[in-house]
Ligand binder design. Structure first.
Ligand SMILES: N[C@@H](CCC(=O)N[C@@H](CS)C(=O)NCC(=O)O)C(=O)O
Length: 288
């Protein structure tokens, strides 16, 4: 017991000292080639790699604006024979920054893309944004900004209790609250959570709509993956934090059979999933 008391404060510091970075977002699509075509032609993403796992009846495609060694990417999953999914009400969007939202929207429209919100200043603010839907119905927010090393800049998820979520992502994942914006006129509050500058890296945008505590999750969006130097220590911290704030470990830390990459995965208090992936194992996987 005495040991647990002395170990805990040091352990709770671990996520802040760890080498963390957003690696990828994982979600399901009904036709891999259709999505690859849309993301490469309309967004200018690069197809980075593909893999087929016939024993498990699925294929993956990885796309992004730079190599997986340095950039955040999307990991698309196609399950053989499944052509559509329910996105639910909780998943918000992925965001792409661009220097000219108006031009990008015109290009996407010319290529047949669906614009669900025309370019212009965000309601209650000044940033120029637009919304586009991809072929499966996933929303992409286009945000006008200067050049960035990471144009794939946000994953937006809706949460039922913003303070609880901020605490969870700070304590369990070592993220920092980079910015909090209340928009009472439109009855929502946002929290930008991440590991580095919001304009240089990907952040998690948590949205709280006043009075809304529950959302549906559907079966389309799966999780974000984040790197760690020690999945075992990281899982110990997550385990402690879930006891205080809710959520649960869904996969105990350890190597994935067959691949050997060490991971652990867990749900946050709203049920959003995160996977922590061992840094070295991840790089080895990319070399294969
Ligand atoms: N009720 C919104 C709250 C979040 C929100 O409104 N976000 C801004 C972008 S930061 C937005 O979508 N604005 C719509 C617009 O400006 O047309 C939701 O749950 O998506």
């Amino acid at each position: 017991m005495a040991e647990a008391v002395s170990v805990t404060p040091e352990l709770l510091e671990w996520p802040k000292k760890d080498r963390r970075r957003f690696l990828h977002a994982v979600y399901r699509v009904g036709d891999l080639d259709r999505t690859i075509k849309f993301y490469t032609e309309c967004f200018g993403m690069k197809l980075l790699r593909k893999r087929d796992i016939p024993e498990e009846k699925y294929s993956n495609a990885f796309l992004g604006f730079g190599p997986e060694e340095s950039n955040f990417v999307v990991e698309l999953t196609y399950n053989y024979g499944v052509t559509s999914y329910d996105i639910g009400t909780g998943f918000g969007h992925f965001a792409i920054s661009t220097q000219d939202v108006y031009k990008l929207v015109e290009d996407i429209r010319a290529k047949g893309g669906s614009i669900t919100r025309e370019p212009g200043p965000v309601k209650g603010g000044t940033s120029v944004i637009a919304f586009v839907k991809d072929p499966d119905g996933y929303v992409f927010e286009l945000i006008q900004r200067g050049p960035s090393p990471e144009p794939l800049c946000q994953v937006m998820l809706r949460v039922g209790d913003l303070d609880r979520s901020i605490k969870f992502y700070e304590k369990a994942l070592g993220m920092r609250l980079l910015r909090k914006i209340d928009n009472p006129q439109y009855k929502y509050t946002l929290a930008m959570m991440g590991y580095a500058d919001e304009y240089e890296t990907t952040v998690l945008e948590l949205t709280y709509n006043y009075g809304v505590t529950e959302y549906t999750k559907g079966n389309a969006y799966a999780q974000v993956a984040i790197s760690t130097d020690d999945v075992y220590k990281s899982a110990e911290v997550v385990n402690l934090v879930t006891q205080e704030l809710g959520g649960k470990i869904t996969r105990q830390p350890g190597p994935i059979p067959g691949i050997n990459t060490k991971i652990t995965s867990f749900l946050d208090p709203d049920g959003w999933k995160t996977v922590l992936v061992d840094n070295e194992d991840f790089l080895k996987e990319l070399e294969k």
